[in-house]
Design a protein around this ligand. Sequence first.
Ligand code: IVH
Length: 685
Amino acid sequence: MTTPDRPITDEEDVSSRIAELRRLIEYHNYRYYALDEPEISDADYDKIFRELVALENEHPELITPDSPTQRVGFAPIEKFLPFQHEMPLLSLENAMNIEEALDFDRRVRKLLATGANIEYVAELKMDGLAVELVYENGAFTGAGTRGDGFTGEDVSLNVRTIRSVPRRLFFKSEEGSPPAKLAVRGEVFMDKLDFEKLNEERSARGEPPFANPRNAAAGSLRQLDPAITAGRPLKVFFYGIGTFPTEEELPTHYDILNRLKSWGLPVNSELRLCQGIGEAVSYFEELVEKREYLPYEIDGVVIKVNDLADQKLLGEKSRSPRWAVALKFSPYQVQTHVQEIRVNVGRTGIITPVAYLNPVLVGGVTVKRATLHNIDEIERKDVRVGDAVLVHRAGDVIPEVAEVIKSKRSGNEQPFQMPQECPTCGALVVRLPDEAFHRCINRNCPAQIKGAIVHFASRDAMDINGLGDRIVSRFIDEKIIRTVSDLYRLRMEDLEHLSGFGKKSAQNLLSSIEASKRVTLSRFLYGLGISHVGTFVADLLANSFGSLERVRSARIEELQETRGIGEKVATAIATYFSNPENTMLVNELIELGVEIERAQPLRAVQAGFWSGKTVVFTGGLASMSRQEAGRQVSARGARVTESVSGKTDVVVAGVDPGSKLEKARKLGVRIMNEDEFIEAVKSEQ
Ligand code: IVH
């Protein structure tokens, strides 16, 4: 077909040109979506599409609902109507491993009473949602979701917005007439890249992202407003039929797929005709490798008996056919490749290496990054750029590289080197002798400042609505703020000229900042981002000290008297407040109007010296047995252990103490003699 370029002179010409353009567009849709063999460039396609749009705009009376420009021609609906499936839309039985697929094949051969190889079609199990489309005399008349298999939801208006869904089946005149009624079944899905783009757009608008492409596809199709669906990049592949034209019998499933394709219905060309289950299993194994490179998510391979007469003989169970099985990939450990290893600088300056992966679906979530923790972990696992790796993720845990598949190495993989300079600010990166981590030494590193501000504004801290990662990065990059305290210096004039930042959102942000000025002591302490001070420790501090003044002037020993606060945490807190920069920040915040509500000290929590401590007794006591001494401290919340370690808080040394005392001295553990011990117990009667 060609695109005649000629001037249009009169009304008749206009309507025939419109008809011609519509035919051309339908034809090129067919070449593109069904055959995957476009004849013209995207630019040429856009040109004819735009010509049609322009003509229809000039002559609105010539617009018909089946014009390719009218995919969305309907207003939102109130709720979905039921959609009845003439033949139930069954589900598939799963094989969780190859052994179970072999069991399936044994069952099939037994039922068909044959020892011969069965011919199977192995197809990709697309990870989207099932739909049925109905064509009457070649024209699209409706579509429904699966629902309970018998009745789904009528999503006709939404399905007609999907570009690859033909409005009319494609027939060459010599092929006779289209079937009176055809119900085709397929999977609506979203490509991985389109999904990522959609999520980026959503997060830019402050909307929650979709967990995976399947959720995105389902969420997009189940919109009451078809205009929303039309804006989402949905695709569809067809894999079977419900109601079938009876005049002409096709002998195999493979023939059906070819027929669907020739009618203009997209069928995934990634499929294989297999002689025997062995070939189907090899196909599955090839897909384990290939999966990460496919543009869409799949969760296994569907193996179907090809011969339709055999399918009929095998029949169906209540929910699934006996002639098909879904051989699924392991859900929690997935193979992919490391594209790159980059480092991330956190708010405390810790530099975390992160593996950037070919995106894969792990436990229902698309994973494209995995933490590598630190250099020791990278070296232990020997992760290199280009490696094939197994990635796992359990529940909400951050995805992790579980192991490297070393047998797949080509020799071109590149070992990772920790950068010597911070990728954000260029300052020196160091590793302290007793630390597992590398750090950027520049406390003014923009990455650290960004992290500190995001943490300060976070929900459990100052709870400043609308001040997330993106906005903070922008404010820092555009030098609108430099420090945490600058937040409270922000004015309307600073924000209103920012592109993409409307007056309304500026106003909202300023109000949230203003509202955050009244804050509880616990939230404020947490927001400062002192090492080891999470929400729990912040609560302990607030409850036991009551005011910021008391916390910031407390000595290490005093801090340690709080139940649940050990030496490490106490030291971190005292060190934080002994740094003049931090003192200045806290003072500035108060001067700028942050009002910290005093907390009521809780007696019970403030409790005793012994609570939460780990105590070791060595040597004999004069005034009581070791057992009795143990009972006394346990009753006050301590834990008594046998040996001295870094976790020991107190060693009580009696007569002839022995090696435990030596060890306690070496480790710098607090040592009490019997008198001090009795005193400490009595003061807490
Ligand atoms: S055949 C009667 N083929 O998997 C058998 N299903 O558990 C009907 N699916 O939601 C299914 N790709 O939408 C078949 N190539 C494929 C498939 C496929 C994905 C979905 C299907 C259904 C689920 C069945």
